[in-house]
Design a protein around this ligand. Structure first.
Ligand code: ADP
Ligand code: ADP
Length: 225
């Protein structure tokens, strides 16, 4: 469980591109928060700063009330899913989902039970012994989500996870992802350029344009404006 506050956050990349400026944002504990905006507006930059993968140039990041600007990624208890799941190609679905538990040295039988339970929740329990390349794009993203959630992160970050999928699958998966993260109560930040996706998934959302926050609120509040 985690809340996240960005207080006056700027990001200037080496080379001089200002990606985001003066971002003020509170993401509440247990919330499914969507960052919406066109390509290049700074969504990924914000997500990567929250994950600790990108340095914050100016301003403060707070996680659970503690200043987190300099907290190493491994101490943030975050899990991230990208557009292409980036599964380990030589590992089966189960091997991929098991990997984070092996690293932390969890009991093997318990780990196996947890993987199977989550695989069932994700609708991929009949595919756990298959290699990623033998799966559809949607199944691969389910496996990537499974690998990300297996250690029950405090904070779940998704960067355009459905943008490589066709429209039908996107609709199906956005419903499933919403249900899954809400059932676990995991604080989630979901990045997309798709307005419908944002409106249908978000508890609250932020609209970003050219590195600046234009609007923050529930989909209803944003829609009224
Ligand atoms: P989005 O996720 O909304 O597509 P990004 O956060 O990826 O936007 O990019 C925001 C801006 O920062 C863009 O102008 C992009 O070109 C620039 N940018 C992103 N990553 C880097 C980088 N590693 N080095 C320099 N500029 C970058
Ligand atoms: P194998 O032993 O058959 O090479 P592994 O399951 O060890 O298969 O790894 C499969 C792929 O995942 C390899 O390309 C490997 O580089 C990559 N990989 C394994 N562990 C990690 C890790 N901790 N971080 C990033 N990539 C990894």
């Amino acid at each position: 469980m985690t809340d996240v506050v960005l207080d006056g956050v700027h990001k200037v990349y080496t080379g001089g591109v200002t990606a985001v400026r003066n971002i003020r944002l509170r993401i509440n504990d247990g919330e499914l928060f969507v960052l919406l905006g066109p390509s290049g507006c700074g969504k990924s930059t914000i997500l990567r700063m929250i994950a600790g993968l990108e340095e914050i140039t100016e301003g403060d990041l707070w996680m659970n009330g503690g200043r987190a600007n300099d907290l190493p990624p491994r101490d943030r208890n975050v899990a991230m899913v990208f557009q292409e799941g980036a599964l380990y190609p030589h590992r089966t679905v189960k091997g991929n989902m098991m990997f984070p538990l092996e690293v932390s040295g969890d009991d093997r039988a318990e780990a196996n039970a947890r993987v199977m339970e989550l695989a069932r929740a994700l609708g991929i329990n009949t595919m756990v012994d298959r290699l990623p390349r033998t799966l559809s794009g949607g199944q691969r993203q389910r496996a990537a989500i499974g690998r990300a959630l297996i250690r029950e992160p405090s904070l779940f970050l998704l960067d355009e996870p459905l943008s490589s999928l066709d429209a039908g699958l996107r609709t199906e998966l956005r419903v499933e992802i919403s249900a899954l993260v809400r059932s676990t109560g995991t604080t989630t930040v979901y990045v997309t350029h798709d307005q419908v996706e944002a409106m249908t998934m978000a508890d609250r959302m932020a609209v970003l344009r050219d590195g600046v926050l234009e609007d923050v609120g529930t989909p209803e509040q944003i829609y009224e404006d």
